[in-house]
Design a protein around this ligand. Structure first.
Ligand SMILES: C[S@@+](CC[C@H](N)C(=O)[O-])C[C@H]1O[C@@H](n2cnc3c(N)ncnc32)[C@H](O)[C@@H]1O
Length: 451
């Protein structure tokens, strides 16, 4: 493909014919692809080129000549610009179609004949997140909370985060004001100075319990006892932590987590079971959709009560414990030791006796099981974005569970893995579940049956 004669800062009229997996408009100049911020399919826009690479480039919309009927007009541009809600300018019904089509297109390209059902969306697709990690900076002499402009570390001050639980947004402002009162400084990233880098708040949807984690560059925060007491003055706040992250890094949490006050955890409920959540636990961020996701996964497991089930990538045990009453035995496999301890405690709290949890990488543990000729009837997998390791695919070929339920957060690796399993499994269908409205993230559930 020849690169057309365009360069940075050129202004062009572009016709948008698709939406990329990142939610950017796709336009062609001759055969050269441009990804255009804030542009939707069927729109014509005036845009400025922001970057030209070897095989594709980027542009930013300056004004819209022809608007899509699916454009949401009253969305505050700041959510698109900060990347908090990069699809918020697209009507929600179209977001759901976009997610379904993204998976369908991937399957078609891979010649995978699997039906993709309609995306299960939310009735109210805003203010759903039960966890916030809000960057903190010192701006005009004041500790300020907000979010980064997309692809940068420039903080845009913000009070309503659109997709976070409104009570979390309110708690962030309350904590911000307490820190201001005691003259605590926001982080200065450029000079690696200042104090608070991030405020993390988790709120349990069913119990309303709140956890606050102050991530600090330094250990010494003067008046930390008064600050803790004032944060705990909200009776919903059950735990306050200080996390120390001294490094110049984009990683949010540092190694050290000091409990400043409260119990150290919060409790929440999913499908009638109670879960104890620690500051580092992986816990699904959309509580109402999590129940739909898990219920669908359990339905797809189609358990009769006598099966041996493996819950691979089990986190704090939520999937395995949700289906334990329908199986003979459940074993969770999870690489993070603390999460496995949480999962074991969660089994105890809920009086579940037929579930155990092991620390390890799924690919290693199941490789050992394959060698030992251990039987698995149903395998639930819920891997991170990189999907299943090649060696796990080999072990699955040896163990041959009669059914697999694949929960995926990345259509690309899902497609790759289904393809690699399609020699011995039939795939009935994939159902996207919208866990992340207003964003381009795509979660789905697929059932695989041994041929
Ligand atoms: C998408 S989360 C799912 C957690 C859980 N199923 C849930 O719904 O909350 C993926 C989990 O896999 C864990 N993990 C990542 N790589 C792993 C591996 N190779 N083997 C086992 N667990 C892994 C992560 O620590 C994380 O808890």
């Amino acid at each position: 493909m020849d690169k057309p004669n365009i360069k940075k800062n050129d202004k062009l009229e572009l016709t948008i014919n698709d939406l990329s997996y990142e939610g950017k408009g796709v336009a062609k100049v001759d055969d050269f692809t441009l990804f255009v911020d804030n542009a939707l399919p069927d729109e014509t826009v005036n845009a400025v080129i922001t970057k030209v690479g070897k095989s594709y480039g980027f542009a930013r919309t300056l004004d819209i000549i022809k608007k899509s009927p699916h454009r949401v007009e009253d969305v505050d541009n700041v959510y698109v610009r900060t990347g908090i809600a990069p699809l918020s300018h697209l009507a929600y019904s179209q977001q759901l179609l976009f997610k379904q089509h993204q998976i369908e297109t991937g399957y078609q390209k891979a010649h995978l004949d699997v039906k993709v059902n309609e995306t299960l969306g939310m009735e109210d697709p805003f203010h759903y997140r039960n966890k916030a990690q809000v960057p903190v900076r010192q701006i005009d002499g004041k500790l300020t909370t907000g979010f980064y402009r997309r692809h940068s570390h420039e903080l845009i001050p913000m009070e309503d985060f659109l997709i976070q639980d409104a009570k979390i947004d309110a708690e962030i402002l309350r904590v911000r004001d307490i820190l201001r009162k005691y003259k605590v400084k926001g982080y200065d990233e450029e000079n690696h100075k200042g104090q608070i880098r991030t405020i993390m708040v988790r709120r349990a949807y069913y119990t309303g319990e709140i956890m606050v984690v102050l991530v600090s560059r330094v250990r010494d925060i003067s008046h930390y006892k008064d600050i803790t007491n004032e944060i705990l003055a909200n009776p919903d706040v059950k735990s306050v932590y200080l996390n120390i992250n001294e490094k110049q890094t984009n990683v949010i949490l540092g190694k050290e987590m000091l409990l400043l006050g409260g119990s150290g955890y919060i409790d929440d409920e999913i499908l009638g079971h109670t879960y104890r959540i620690s500051p580092r636990s992986f816990y699904q961020v959309n509580p109402t959709q999590t129940q739909r996701l898990y219920q669908l996964a359990i339905d797809k497991a189609d358990l009769k009560g006598n099966e041996t089930v493996v819950d691979a990538y089990s986190g704090i045990g939520t999937i395995g414990l949700s289906l334990a009453d329908k199986a003979k035995k459940v074993t969770g496999i999870e690489v993070i030791k603390d999460a496995v301890e949480d999962a074991k405690r969660n089994a105890d709290i809920n009086g579940i006796k037929n579930a155990d949890f092991v620390v390890g990488k799924t690919e290693y543990v199941l490789n050992d099981w394959a060698k030992d000729k251990k039987k698995v009837d149903v395998l639930m997998v819920d891997p991170p974005r990189k999907g299943l390791a090649a060696s796990l695919i080999d072990s699955i070929h040896n163990i041959k569970p009669k059914r697999i339920v694949y929960i995926s957060c990345n259509p690309a690796t899902l497609t790759r893995d289904l393809k690699a399993l399609s020699d011995i499994y039939d795939m009935t269908d994939t159902t996207p579940v919208d866990m992340f409205p207003m964003t381009n993230h795509i979660e789905s559930v697929t059932q695989l049956n041994l041929k």
